[in-house]
Design a protein around this ligand. Structure first.
Ligand code: ZN
Length: 398
């Protein structure tokens, strides 16, 4: 494993375009270095290693990086619980995307590689829908979490140059690039593995940082996400590393950014129409810097007031958003219950926060006055679940 000292704190060099002059615009201290690693006891959770966030913006390419990120904390091999396929809303999205890609790019009977396949849910879908042959690579892969299938092979490891022998008709990588600090190096490794097989399709999906900036969505900024892309910075990176952009768009209520590319014999100069000018990202960065304090004050006030009035508050969704939300705001006693539909999270404790995650059914006993939803896209699904339990609390989404 390599050190990232030369690109972050020390030189202030942009890991995506190599320019110097990153501008710091948002800092949070004492955040857990992992928000999806759950602990079995409160003591372990409270003693979880912490780090800092210091977001730096690159005026040259629009990329945003956590300049305080230290790769020594990277470990997705044990207890990393990020599976989202317990939600019908998320499943419908994943299936729709797999169906779209199969149809749009005639991905039938093809060889597909997924880098960062997690527990393999998406790979399985695209494999079934197009009758494809698939290879998934992920250090957090857990064998018994997906049904085995003849045409899927899983490799439990980080993707690196040693896997360049793996050749596919399509390489996809979903929700992984934001966890990688040396972004250009990573994309370059993939491009090198493709060589002159320039009909290889390469698709990436990541959170859209433009939305995070515009909504001041501080709950989407956490330690293991060291890299933040807007359409502009993502497009630039892929073009610079030898990919032609076929499509670039947002999905999942504009929360996710998807880039569909094809390897190109040389770097591509012409921007894709969806790449907004870098001045737009800079404008939003400045606005974020200006408005974030009042945004944080609003939420602290919301919880403190409700708590002061004796109201019972529950948070629905215990993943990274919840961890970032609670640690950034410094919430503890104000939140009486944290629930999640993922059964693998129940009876586990949230890093740094030290609170236990429980089954949503427990809300029948707790009778919350307010339920705060960590992702508005699940609002209808959650409202339905609460109604089925005979509960009618005030619902607030971040
Ligand atoms: Zn840059």
């Amino acid at each position: 494993m390599t050190s990232n000292k030369d690109i972050n704190l020390n030189s202030g060099k942009c890991p995506s375009c190599g320019s110097t002059g990153l501008k710091s615009f948002y800092k949070v201290d004492s955040v857990p270095v992992h928000s999806c690693v759950l602990k079995d006891s409160q003591a372990e959770a409270l003693g979880f290693p912490e780090g800092s966030i210091d977001l730096g913006f690159c005026p040259a390419c629009g990329f945003i990086t956590n300049m305080a990120y230290d790769i020594k904390h990277r470990d997705y091999s044990t207890g990393y619980e990020d599976q989202q396929s317990f939600s019908s809303t998320f499943n419908a999205f994943a299936r729709g995307l797999a169906e779209k890609w199969v149809k749009k790019y005639e991905l039938r009977d093809k060889k597909i590689i997924e880098i960062g396949c997690g527990k393999g849910d998406f790979l399985r879908l695209i494999c079934e829908i197009g009758d494809n042959h698939c290879i998934g690579i992920d250090p957090a892969f857990v064998e018994d979490r997906v049904e085995s299938a003849e045409n899927i092979v899983f490799i439990k490891d980080y993707y690196s140059e040693k896997y360049s022998y793996l050749k596919g008709d399509m390489i996809c990588c979903r929700h992984t690039l934001e966890h990688i600090d040396r972004t250009a190096e990573f994309i370059r490794t993939i491009r090198k593995s493709i060589g002159d097989k320039t009909d290889t399709l390469v698709f990436f999906e990541i959170p859209d940082a433009m939305r995070v900036l515009k909504e001041q969505a501080f709950w989407d900024i956490y330690y293991e996400h060291c890299s933040y892309f807007t359409p502009e910075s993502l497009g630039r990176l892929f073009r610079a590393e030898g990919f032609e952009i076929l499509d670039l768009y947002t999905e999942f209520d504009d929360q996710y950014l998807i880039i569909e590319t094809k390897a190109s014999p040389e770097p591509v100069d012409k921007p894709h129409p969806a790449e907004e000018p870098s001045s737009e990202t800079e404008k939003q960065v400045l606005k974020f810097e200006e408005d974030i304090k009042s945004r944080l004050d609003y939420w602290r006030g919301f919880f403190n007031t409700a708590f002061g009035q004796g109201k019972k508050i529950a948070i629905w969704g215990s993943g990274s958003k919840c961890v970032a939300f609670m640690t950034t705001l410094g919430l503890k006693d104000q939140v009486g219950a944290i629930v999640d539909i993922n059964p693998h999270r129940h009876a586990k404790f949230i890093p740094s926060v030290g609170k236990e995650i429980v089954d949503p059914q427990m809300l029948k006993d707790y009778h919350p006055d307010i339920v705060v939803i960590m992702n508005p896209i699940y609002r209808n699904e959650i409202a339905g679940d609460l109604k089925a339990m005979g509960l009618d609390p005030e619902l607030t989404a971040v």
